[in-house]
Design a protein around this ligand. Structure first.
Ligand SMILES: Cc1cc2nc3c(=O)[nH]c(=O)nc-3n(C[C@H](O)[C@H](O)[C@H](O)COP(=O)(O)OP(=O)(O)OC[C@H]3O[C@@H](n4cnc5c(N)ncnc54)[C@H](O)[C@@H]3O)c2cc1C
Length: 512
């Protein structure tokens, strides 16, 4: 199963061939040719949409349009703290933008996702991905699109031309805002867009909050929601279950024991479990950022501690604390408690850097390691036996309602012998999402099938609660897109932008 024709969701990639345009003009030519021959095209930016279908189209016989060669930052010379916007092509990766800002404008950072250094910014945003600071959709405006008719349109004030003083700064333009149609849509191929950068604040700290009593989970969520609404927590608030936290730490802890303590791989593996249960014993642990000037951060931390301490143990994490903590515990690593803590700090270091706009491959390396393929680079995850399906319900910001649905999802998963790796993310002041993945070995057909059956039953469970996923896998579109008034209206719009249905047929749209 783990050959390059299959992706991590266990589905076939199913593209006949792949083309790599180098410019908007070449994309346009490909679209016009495809129109003539009624050939379906499936565009992707870096094609690393792991757990959602990687670079797999929804229907058969598509030609893949791989946009990774279009990787210019079009306004590179104009980016500054007074102009914190990067106009990027689809192939610009997280690693590339991070390196560019470090060299050219270190006062700026951006909304980084945990999905690895080689993933794109635009493709992720267009699938409505979520970064450390919030939904990427909110960072994007002023799109350039080749529609299915072969026309090239610019949204917002980019339509006035790149030289207009409004082209790259005013997010809305005049009149109806078309941007939304091109996120989770199939109306065209986006060839560039404006991406908001984030000015660094003088102080950036992370706050870890571990739930003391699991029966208080819903109150804990409600209090974290209030902290978000009150503007005290400035990033997405991530609330991870024990399976998620422990699996996140596993690779780093094991590596520390092997490389820094000279353990054999077998001994490191056996000790890692013990170490992780010492440093991450909690059923639920939350992580969020607090940013501002020194006074603002101090006051926010004081208030957060005061309000959340009845539910959680609070720890403030800064670079300096990690440095000191590591120096002390590493020196004392002959004591098992110190060794466990040194290993944990070693393991969370790259994740802490996400808050500073530095992308990392650790989450992907973790999966490659788990499936015995540490030899592969992160971007080759699809070549390993790792199987992964995301089932991500959008949720109201209401602790009781959230606990009810996740408890039921746990029961559904257990009936298929699956454990849920789950993070509850408070993304906006009014809503949250659960990021839930199933892991399986896709070299085992029985495991692939069981994981898909489990995912289907989880979707049914989500819907029984009147909810929907916030982002769908390619193999799930037929269940998500239904023949009702809403999706029929979306299909009518397809006739305007892509009357021959050649761009990504069936992706967030009725197939015909
Ligand atoms: C361990 C792990 C951690 C992850 N963490 C995160 C995370 O923190 N946040 C997150 O959001 N995701 C996460 N993911 C999921 C996924 O890997 C990322 O979302 C990744 O960024 C998507 O791949 P990509 O950037 O290559 O996008 P692509 O695969 O290029 O694009 C995604 C889809 O958008 C459409 N598209 C892309 N580009 C265009 C275009 N130019 N025009 C029209 N349509 C286009 C296509 O349909 C494409 O399939 C994670 C996955 C794993 C395995």
């Amino acid at each position: 199963m783990s050959d390059e024709n299959f992706n991590v969701t266990g589905c076939q990639h199913d593209t006949n061939e792949t083309r790599q345009p180098g410019s908007t003009a070449e994309v346009r030519t490909m679209v016009l040719e495809a129109r003539q021959s009624r050939q379906a095209l499936y565009p992707f930016s870096s094609g690393l949409n792991w757990g959602y279908g990687s670079r797999s189209p929804v229907t058969k016989d598509n030609i893949g349009i791989d946009l990774s060669r279009m990787n210019r930052i079009l306004n590179a010379d104009e980016i500054s703290t007074n102009n914190p916007i990067a106009v990027i092509e689809p192939g610009v990766t997280q690693a590339q933008l991070s390196a560019f800002l470090t060299e050219r404008c270190p006062e700026l950072t951006f909304n980084v996702t945990g999905a690895g250094r080689d993933t794109s910014i635009l493709g992720n945003a267009l699938d409505r991905g979520v970064g450390y600071f919030g939904p990427r959709k909110d960072d994007i405006f002023g799109l350039e699109i080749v529609t299915g008719t072969g026309e090239v349109i610019q949204t917002g004030f980019r339509r006035l031309g790149e030289q207009s003083p409004l082209a790259h700064c005013h997010p809305y333009g005049l009149g109806p805002i078309l941007d939304g149609l091109f996120f989770q849509g199939n109306f065209g191929i986006v060839t560039s867009a404006c991406f908001r950068l984030i000015p660094r604040r003088p102080k950036e700290v992370a706050v870890s909050m571990a739930l003391i009593d699991v029966s208080h989970l819903s109150d804990f969520i409600d209090e974290l929601a209030r902290l978000k609404r009150d503007g005290l927590l400035t990033s997405v608030t991530h609330i991870g279950n024990k399976a998620r936290t422990q699996s996140t730490l596993a690779y780093g802890v094991t590596r520390y024991l092997e490389t820094e303590c000279g353990y054999t791989p077998e001994r490191a593996l056996a000790e890692a479990d013990r170490a992780i249960s010492i440093v991450a014993p909690d059923e639920w642990a939350s992580l969020a950022a607090v940013t501002g000037n020194a006074g603002q951060v101090r006051a926010a931390i004081r208030e957060i501690k005061q309000r959340i301490s009845r539910y959680a143990r609070v720890m403030v994490i800064t670079d300096t604390l990690l440095d000191i903590g590591y120096a002390v515990t590493h020196a004392l690593r002959f004591i098992s408690f110190a060794r466990a803590n040194a290993a944990a700090i070693h393991s969370i270091r790259p994740l802490h850097a996400l808050a500073l706009g530095i992308p990392t491959d650790v989450a992907i390396d973790n999966l490659l390691w788990k499936y015995g393929r540490s030899d592969l680079p992160a971007k080759a995850l699809d070549e390993s036996n790792c199987g992964l399906l995301f089932v991500n319900p959008a949720l109201p910001l209401d602790g009781k309602a959230v606990v009810k649905v996740i408890d039921e999802l746990e029961i559904v998963a257990a009936s298929h012998q699956h454990k849920l790796y789950m993070t509850l993310n408070i993304e906006t002041p009014t809503s949250m999402v659960a990021v839930i993945n199933l892991l399986f070995d896709r070299s085992q057909p029985e495991e692939v099938e069981r994981a898909h059956r489990c995912a289907d039953d989880m979707l049914a469970c989500i819907r029984r609660h009147g909810l929907e996923p916030y982002r769908a896998r390619a193999d799930m579109m037929k269940d998500i897109v239904q023949d009702n008034e809403y999706w029929r209206t979306i299909r009518k719009l397809k006739d305007v932008f892509d009357p021959d249905n050649i761009i990504a047929p069936g992706r967030y749209n009725l197939v015909d």
